[in-house]
Design a protein around this ligand. Structure first.
Ligand code: PEP
Ligand code: MG
Length: 758
């Protein structure tokens, strides 16, 4: 063989005609083994395809034709099975010397000594094997192996187009398209929805592997490289907000790869061999992946991850299959599928068409979950094997209620059952909505305050829909998360004023920005060079705001100006020590004085509050309370710190219960001094939106809840069916007794006492 380029190219030219012909798939495979065999001058050339979980000999030149469709090998069995299982190349001068060698007498292969085989790869998995054999004992050179791998790429296109790969093989590349499936998960945001499956990051499907016009392909790749470099430069320049740090290092690596001569040269060589631009990029990436599998170096693995990322970006650019599904816009009612999402990514989707979300990871109090809850979008989390079970475009029914499942490609019977359940749910919701004008008063006459959590402009509508008492937590950082750049003061002020206008005489508690943790802002690069290992316990919320006080000064002014002539309720997140609260309050006061000095219209009153999310603050309440107007417990963060259990870690999602004695005792210890000081105490974490948990809080004497709007109806219904005095007595006993199954004990009490738990 003169050179890999010439040889691969010569083969591809001939394969091009085969691919374009109208012959049946089997005839095409027969033609391929002959073309490759002749071109490489090999005595044997065979194609094995994965069918029903086994590799079946589909076409051969040189082995006995009787063996075709007869010889079958399991994954991992024999040389062919080994290649497919490990997605690796074998190149042996003596086939029998390999420990996995098995003899298939029906093939008549005993005459042949040397053996080389490459996997036929589709979506990173082997769907078949292309092998050559010779009588001589010889080792194939790199050029020949390269040529085989290029042919294997074309074969992967051929077998996908001809639907030659069956259900079990398809399991690794595309789900069986007809069978209904039920896939369980974890309830993150309750609700029911139906829609079409859309992947957040669609995979680029390579439709054509053999080039019509090599020059044209080369230009496509040049143009894509230019565009990719531009994008990287743009990201880098936008990131220059704070400068330095890990972010910059990553970008440097990206830049290094984007301009890497070796990478673009290899892609060019693959194009020279006759591949399309897409196939060439993928071919080079396959080669890199294969090399990576052999090197066990975590540092290098990270770098390769970056390269993989860039390679996918290049592939998306060249194929025109750009960005996330959000950028393309949703065409119909959609159930979005992702490994995980950031809150900002979720907010990029059209709220009218986004009906549900399926996450392979996800946890109950991660901010993406909170945002979805605020949007009223059901979320099923921790769904395993979703990529194998659901194909883009599949019809899905999402049932995140007492059960938590997604039904893919449902049968008519399942659809009907789903519809019935949905109607019943809607009836129940209508009953809750009817409570809109009823007050949340317990049976023994105690008024509970039920407010809503909000953060987006549209959330304010929830006040009228639910008849809630106000907004107990307005997460101001959501505006920062949805913008591409830092929102200017005027923008912030406009939002706050709109919210206050819509709320009318109902109070709104604005929380100053809580960024950092899992609410990273792409445009805010932290200036401390060290990477944060535990961002939730890191430089976030008030800590960041006090250090970068420019950010908080702007926000303070926006809030003060928006509240001119009204009461401003403001609270600070993640207060850990009283001095942090003092400083934050002083910052607001300074801004107020500044405005007063300039004759600007001021709020009639400012009421200051702190969030209790860091357990240490509970020890300092005697010092803090006299300075506070109100306290709000953020149970999402508080419980992660009490149990030392990351709220965003899916492995811990179900491990600790909000109704555990430790949490309830802690809350009781906080409630007592706050009540004694006569200060309002609320809970604004997700816990308060769950009827049984809310019941427990009321039992502890906490009678202000700020919850997700969808929970207002069920919580009102619970409150109105409750005898608070009896519950408080029970709660005291339970706190002393502290049964391991506190949840069980509380549920039993609720059932005995007719408490309505939706
Ligand atoms: C909390 O931590 O409970 C809270 C309400 O704040 P966030 O969920 O926004 O961190
Ligand atoms: Mg919090």
């Amino acid at each position: 063989m003169p050179s890999a380029v010439a040889s691969a190219r010569e083969i591809l030219v001939r394969l091009h005609d085969v691919m374009a012909s109208r012959t049946a798939a089997q005839a095409k495979l027969n033609a391929v083994v002959n073309i490759v065999g002749e071109a490489i001058n090999s005595e044997v050339c065979s194609i094995y395809l994965l069918r029903e979980g086994v590799l079946e000999l589909y076409a051969t030149r040189g082995l006995s034709q009787e063996a075709v469709h007869v010889t079958k090998l399991a994954l991992g069995e024999g040389l062919v099975g080994t290649i497919a299982e490990f997605v690796e190349v074998l190149n042996l001068d003596e086939a029998t010397s390999h420990p996995n060698f098995v003899h298939n007498p029906e093939t008549g292969e005993e005459r042949f000594h040397s053996f080389a085989g490459v996997p036929i790869i589709r979506r990173e998995r082997a769907v078949g094997v292309l092998a050559i054999q010779h009588v001589d004992q010889r080792r194939y050179d790199d050029v020949e192996i390269e040529a085989l791998q290029t042919v294997a790429m074309v074969l992967s296109e051929l077998i996908a187009n001809a639907d030659l790969v069956d259900a079990s093989a398809a399991a690794s590349m595309r789900p069986q398209s007809t069978a209904a499936a039920r896939i369980p998960g974890l309830k993150l945001v309750e609700g029911m929805a139906s829609g079409c499956a859309v992947y957040h990051q669609p995979r680029v499907t390579i439709e054509h592997t053999v080039a019509e016009d090599t020059e044209a392909e080369r230009h496509r790749v040049y143009a894509a490289f230019d565009k990719m470099r531009e994008q990287i430069e743009r990201i880098a320049s936008q990131a220059e907000f704070g400068g330095g740090g890990e972010h910059e290092e990553v970008l440097e690596t990206y830049k290094m790869f984007a301009y890497d001569e070796g990478w673009s040269r290899r892609i060019n060589e693959a194009i020279d061999s006759g591949l399309t631009a897409e196939a060439a990029i993928e071919r080079v990436q396959q080669r890199t992946r294969a090399r990576m599998r052999q090197i066990d170096d975590p540092l290098l693995a990270d770098r390769m991850h970056d390269l993989e990322d860039l390679s996918n970006r290049l592939l998306r650019i060249v194929s025109g299959q750009m960005g996330t599904a959000a950028q393309g816009g949703l065409k119909q009612d959609t159930i979005l599928i992702a490994r995980n999402l950031g809150p900002a990514e979720l907010l990029e989707y059209d709220r009218r068409r986004l009906k549900g979300v399926i996450l392979e990871e996800g946890s109950l109090t991660a901010h993406v979950t909170i945002v979805a809850r605020a949007m009223g979008v059901p979320v099923l989390g921790r769904v395993k094997g979703v990529r194998r079970a659901i194909a883009e475009g599949d019809m899905l029914l999402l049932d995140v209620t007492a059960e938590a499942n997604v039904f893919a490609r449902p049968s008519p019977a399942i659809e009907e059952a789903f519809e019935t359940k949905l109607q019943m749910r809607q009836k129940r919701r209508a009953a809750f909505a009817a409570l809109k004008n009823e007050l949340p008063v317990t049976k023994d006459g105690h008024r509970v305050t039920v407010m809503v959590n909000a953060g987006l402009r549209d959330d304010v509508a929830a006040l009228d829909v639910t008849g809630a008492d106000g907004i107990g937590l307005f997460r101001t950082e959501f505006q920062f998360l949805v913008s591409a750049t830092l929102p200017a003061k005027a923008q912030q002020q406009r939002l706050y004023k709109d919210v206050l206008d819509a709320a009318g005489d109902r109070p709104v508690i604005f929380r100053t920005v809580d960024i950092g943790g899992d609410k990273a802002l792409p445009y805010l690069v932290k200036d401390d060079a060290e990477e944060e290992e535990n961002p939730a316990m890191g430089w976030r919320a008030l800590r960041l705001a006090l250090d970068r006080d420019g950010l908080m000064k702007v926000q303070a002014r926006a809030l003060l100006e928006a509240s001119a002539g009204r009461t401003l309720n403001v609270m600070f997140p993640m207060v850990s020590e009283p001095w942090e609260y003092d400083e934050a309050r002083a910052l607001f006061e300074t801004q107020r004085e500044w405005m007063r000095g300039r004759g600007k219209k001021l709020p009639v009153e400012i009421r200051y509050g702190a969030m209790l999310e860091v357990p240490a603050l509970a020890e300092m309440l005697d010092l803090l309370l006299p300075k506070l107007d109100f306290l709000s417990i953020g149970t999402n963060d508080l419980t992660q710190f009490l149990f030392a259990a990351d709220r965003a870690n899916p492995k811990l999602a179900e491990r600790y219960d909000w109704l555990s004695p430790a949490i309830l005792r802690f809350l009781a210890r906080v409630q007592a001094p706050v009540a004694a000081a006569g200060k309002p105490l609320a809970v604004c974490g997700e816990m308060g939106g769950r009827p049984l948990e809310a019941m427990a809080l009321i039992g502890l004497g906490i009678d202000r809840l700020s919850i997700t709007p969808a929970a207002v109806g069920p919580i009102k219904a619970m409150v109105r069916s409750l005898n608070r005095a009896a519950l408080m007595t029970k709660m005291q006993a339970l706190l002393i007794e502290s049964p391991r199954d506190m949840r069980g004990a509380l549920s039993a009490w609720a059932a005995e006492n007719g408490v309505e738990l939706a």
